[in-house]
Design a protein. Structure first.
Length: 93
């Protein structure tokens, strides 16, 4: 059985600041920042350790009134955006 891919936030060159229900992530290498909304702010801490899409979807279903399918779709879109920005990497173990 194939393992689900795991993702983790980049550990170096990132500054993070909480702003109420949102989080700002600054890439110190590119000076670009991303403002994470409430949903992204809930997911960001989970990416401190290797997490699968299912792990992230579980965070969403436990914190918000959302079903499993919608949570998985949102978690996938979130990870895809952060991968494109280089803020998260795939870390299959």
């Amino acid at each position: 059985m194939a393992m689900s891919p795991q993702f983790r936030a980049r550990a170096e060159g990132i500054a993070v600041q909480e702003l109420g229900d949102e989080v700002v992530v600054l890439d110190l290498h590119t000076s670009c920042y991303v403002l994470l909304n409430t949903t992204g702010a809930a997911l960001w801490p989970a990416l401190a350790e290797p997490s699968t899409i299912a792990d992230l979807a579980s965070v969403l279903t436990s914190r918000f009134d959302v079903d499993d399918a919608r949570a998985a779709t949102a978690a996938t879109a979130f990870v895809d955006q952060l991968l494109d920005l280089g803020l998260v990497h795939r870390c299959d173990t």
